[in-house]
Design a protein around this ligand. Sequence first.
Ligand SMILES: [Zn+2]
Ligand SMILES: [Zn+2]
Ligand SMILES: [Zn+2]
Length: 396
Amino acid sequence: MPGTTTTNPPQEEEELPKKNNNETMTTLDTLVVFYNRDKVIESDESPETETFAARCHCGNVNFTVTLPTSYLPLNAYICSCTLCRYTHGTFGSYHVSLPQGVAPEWTSNTLNLSVYKTPGSGAGGHGQRIFCPTCGAHNGHYEAWAGQWIIEPSLFDAPIFWRFRGIGFPNSAGDGGVLSWLPEVGGRKLTQVSMDHDFAPDYEAEVGADGGERLRAECKCGGVSFTIPRPGEKVKGDAYLRRYVSPTDPGKWKAFLDFCRDCRLVSSAHGVPWVLVPRTVLEPEVPPDLRFGTVKTYKSSEDVTRGFCGVCGATVFIKCKDRSPTEETEVLNIAVGILRAPEGAKAENWVTWRAGNPEWVEDAMDYDPEFVEAVVDGHREWAIEKYGEALDFDVM
Ligand SMILES: [Zn+2]
Ligand SMILES: [Zn+2]
Ligand SMILES: [Zn+2]
């Protein structure tokens, strides 16, 4: 399959993509920004190449890509469609389309991959996502209509060979999603590609048995599904748990972006958005070992256990020693990318963002400084414009 070329895009892509402002965008722009189609080699050239190595957190999945140096940097984009958000647990999937004719070379001794196939996605490959069955990291997919591999750049360590140029499905997030924090990257305004089926899902507010509001968290396949309540008396009356109530709104929880390397290599996203919620208030109650439904667990370090969906690969939880003083008062990180808030992907009616100080920024500045600087600045400016301040607060 790799290297073959078909010219018929899937049916839903036959219409010309449109920008957010409904201007029609030329297909050529799309093919260059999202598919790197301007990268071609004359057939009689034997180009100088460079090889880059990707590795998931647990090391089970390794692959390399070998690229002509004249192709570099490749364009990268974030896709914030529901398939990407709910299979990753982040604000979207981070993608680089390999130029036609370039395929990943799997370097693991044994090729041990999980494949999630979205119901109804047909044989085209777009709906088939490959991930590591041990740590959950997504590797990418083969886009059959384009004859191209789409890989996840966040699995590569430096040096980076891409630059972010686009956002796909911006309307799907409902509230702008991560695009609200990325007006530009490296001074370049991101190219947006929307399509007719790019609209926000219509989630209704949920109510619990006590009549209180609930927020649904659910991965793409539905194998992991639970609800989060508002902070109640049990939480506010506990000296430890009440630290996790928003400092500005007693009805909200604390949320933050995390750029640490461990999060990047299990989620395949440059940064993971987390909300902190006590384990025992979740419904159904999540067991202390995190194992229920299709959750698989993975220890990313001595004191940190992560939960991901074993069927669709979504990042779901972190349980760490530092937020677990006793079993009754454990506080979990829950991936914001799987939340189904009616107001949109940033769940602003439920969480307060620590927009003034994302976690582990210094780690990531050694990795992809152009992107990280853009989202850190954009996050802060968004908060100042919307809430009058960019907050910093304790998340431990
Ligand atoms: Zn997508
Ligand atoms: Zn792995
Ligand atoms: Zn799932």
